[in-house]
Design a protein around this ligand. Structure first.
Ligand SMILES: Cc1ncc(COP(=O)(O)O)c(C=O)c1O
Length: 455
């Protein structure tokens, strides 16, 4: 037993730090059980070929931390910390091999993250930033960033954007959770949510303590004309590009949502996650502009940059600002200062919008290619939804395999496709492939579909 931790000390070098680390982890994971007697400092020093003083100091440190007990004449032993020997964190299962082509519907091309531009923006921003920028800041985010974002949202999304009402957050899911909980503090109880919708968003909304009421979606968008019947205090909508159906909220439905909010004092949570990526026309402007006093607008860098940044923003109606900031104060204060610094510079220099334009061209080309290949090789499968975003919904013919069966067939060829709940359809995220693999991936997909639906 003792051998295993002394070997680990030897591997890490004969230093006091290494000895302490090896002892701590041997005690924590049970290799040294409570009550086990440790060798004398002299014997251990000899064993390890290190100075006795080093062992004395390491034992003293671990005694001070409560790992060891000692009494003159009785030696040194492992204290009982009341730790369970079984590791408290389940060991990770071996990862399933990743598919050759993963058509994840919500993932952008991660290989396209503008690493050089981000690094340059961070360097430039940090050089210029006052020390105070690195302290506890405004829970909404830095004023310069909110200013830049407000300009961007006005320019690109037609939003009515007052920097005082912008709140940086960790992506839309976080924003939705903040708004949901803020609504609860205002005594709201019911939130309507599109059905179908992104499951994590349903979970985030439910976790905020609101009762969820499903709102149907058809080919003209969410049935906002039915909102009056639902007795909801708020509704979550994806007007620019509904997930997963890909439909755009039509003008009369936009008007109905606004009318409902004005008449009832209800709040519309606008999920504007990929509106910049429209390929056949200018994107429709943000719904927020029609009723800034009633819409909690949420944007994100998860599709335009990468989801791993966990960077998003809210544009809030006045009544929700204070409750949301109160939540920030007790949980995370604000998003990390260095990310804010880099993003401010990216926006200010125009590099963000250049990147979005480049990605729009790239994704549009992929979508056009996929739709053309399908028309030529698999006419039985019809792409649905607006020419927008990172994915397409494919409605499957009733005569062939079900969506689940098709996903299994795809998996046998190392392709990952995604089922749509409640519909015989799959989602194909053409945006997720790295550029160098996009053509091969689209070909592998259409090969599979052509085989399955050969007439
Ligand atoms: C419908 C929808 N909205 C928003 C997002 C972005 O979420 P987040 O900003 O939390 O990454 C996603 C991501 O998949 C999404 O599917």
């Amino acid at each position: 037993m003792q051998d295993s931790w002394t070997t680990s000390v030897a591997q890490h070098g004969p230093r006091r730090d290494a000895l302490e680390t090896a002892l701590r982890s041997a005690i924590r994971d049970g290799r040294l059980a409570p009550g086990s007697r440790l060798p004398s400092t002299r014997a251990l020093a000899l064993d390890l070929g290190i100075a006795r003083g080093t062992v004395v100091e390491a034992y003293a440190q671990l005694r001070a931390e409560g790992y060891l007990g000692a009494r003159r004449g009785a030696g040194t032993w492992v204290a009982d910390l009341g730790l369970s020997i079984a590791p408290s964190v389940p060991r990770a299962r071996p990862a399933a091999p990743s598919p050759r082509f993963d058509f994840h519907p919500g993932q952008p091309d991660l290989s396209a993250f503008p690493r050089a531009a981000w690094a340059a923006a961070l360097r430039r921003g940090l050089r210029a930033a006052a020390d105070s920028t690195l302290g506890y800041g405004d829970p909404r985010g830095r004023p310069e960033l909110r200013e830049e974002l407000a300009l961007y949202l006005t320019r690109a999304r037609g939003a009515v954007a007052d920097p005082e009402r912008v709140v940086l957050c960790c992506g839309f899911r976080h924003g939705l959770s903040l708004v949901g909980r803020a609504l609860r503090t205002e005594r709201a109880t019911r939130m309507a949510i599109e059905e179908p919708c992104a499951p994590p968003h349903r979970a985030a909304a439910a976790a905020s303590g609101l009762r969820l009421v499903p709102l149907a979606v058809d080919e003209r968008g969410a049935r906002t004309d039915l909102l009056g019947e639902l007795r909801a205090d708020a509704v979550v909508l994806g007007p620019a590009h509904q997930y997963p159906l890909g439909v755009v909220l039509q003008p009369d439905r936009r008007a109905a949502a606004v009318e409902w909010a004005r008449a009832t004092g209800g709040v519309i949570v606008e999920d504007d996650y990929d509106a910049e990526l429209r390929y056949d026309r200018q994107p429709v402007g943000a719904l927020q502009a029609l009723a800034p006093e009633h819409v909690a607008y949420g944007g994100t860098a998860s599709k335009t940059l990468v989801p791993g940044l966990r960077l998003g923003w809210l544009l809030l109606p006045p009544r929700l600002l204070e409750p949301v900031l109160a939540l920030r104060e007790v949980e995370d204060v604000h998003v990390p200062a260095t990310d804010q610094i880099a993003f401010t510079e990216l926006l200010r220099s125009g590099a963000y919008e250049r990147h979005v334009r480049r990605m729009r061209t790239r994704y549009r080309a992929r979508r056009v290619r996929l739709v053309r290949m399908l028309a030529e090789r698999v006419p039985a499968v019809t792409p649905e939804g607006a020419a927008a975003g990172l994915r397409v919904l494919l409605d499957l013919p009733g005569s062939g395999p079900t969506a689940r069966e098709l996903c299994e067939l795809a998996s046998e060829r190392s392709l990952a496709l995604y089922e749509v709940a409640g519909r015989n359809a799959v989602l194909v995220g053409y945006g997720a492939l790295p550029e160098y693999d996009a053509e091969a991936g689209l070909r592998a997909l259409t090969d599979l579909l052509a085989t399955v639906y050969a007439s």
